[in-house]
Ligand binder design. Structure first.
Ligand SMILES: C[S@@+](CC[C@H](N)C(=O)[O-])C[C@H]1O[C@@H](n2cnc3c(N)ncnc32)[C@H](O)[C@@H]1O
Length: 158
């Protein structure tokens, strides 16, 4: 499979998982961890018009049309921003989307491990974490039809 094919499948899986998770998510706000260009944030705000969406990134690189309102944008390292968000809103996130990492396990696995507890404590009971990698210790949910095992992940908070 070419890298283009692989990228198309990953984006398609990302969209599918976000839509499936939103349909099953309890009441509460959303959290985008890794704004980047703003593609997934833009999709979330289009499909979840009635929910607040918090956004974290270490730097603003979003397309101007996809930049979140300043009041909901937390700029800085994820560890620090997640702790700050917990101090502000507590356990109130119904659906988080995690899109950090560089696709290299030696980098990405320790990063997820460092952030796992910080994300988990923000999630309401039954809250969902959609992610580009597996979070150890969190229960995984079945994937939507057409998404291959291991391509994207949906976790449920206890
Ligand atoms: C792959 S991009 C996100 C793509 C985005 N979800 C989209 O659909 O356009 C990852 C983003 O995470 C940010 N990032 C990576 N590691 C981070 C960290 N430890 N703390 C905060 N932001 C980080 C990068 O600055 C980058 O903008």
């Amino acid at each position: 499979m070419s890298r283009l094919d692989s990228a198309i499948r990953r984006l398609s899986a990302q969209r599918s998982c976000l839509e499936t998770a939103l349909a099953a998510a309890p009441a509460g706000a959303l959290l985008e961890i890794g704004l980047g260009n703003g593609r997934t944030y833009d999709h979330l705000r289009e499909i979840a018009t009635d929910r607040e969406i918090w956004v974290i990134d270490r730097q603003m690189n979003a397309h101007p049309d996809s930049a979140p309102p300043a009041a909901f944008y937390l700029e800085g390292e994820a560890e620090v921003m997640l702790d700050g968000l917990f101090g502000r809103v507590g356990r109130s996130i119904a659906l988080a989307h995690y899109d950090l990492g560089i696709g290299v396990p030696e980098h990405d696995v320790p990063l997820r491990a460092a952030l796992s507890e910080r994300i988990a404590r923000l999630l309401v009971p039954g809250g969902l974490l959609v992610a580009n990698g597996a979070f150890e210790g969190m229960a995984q949910q079945p994937l939507p039809e057409g998404v291959a095992e291991g391509r994207y992940f949906i976790h449920r908070a206890a």
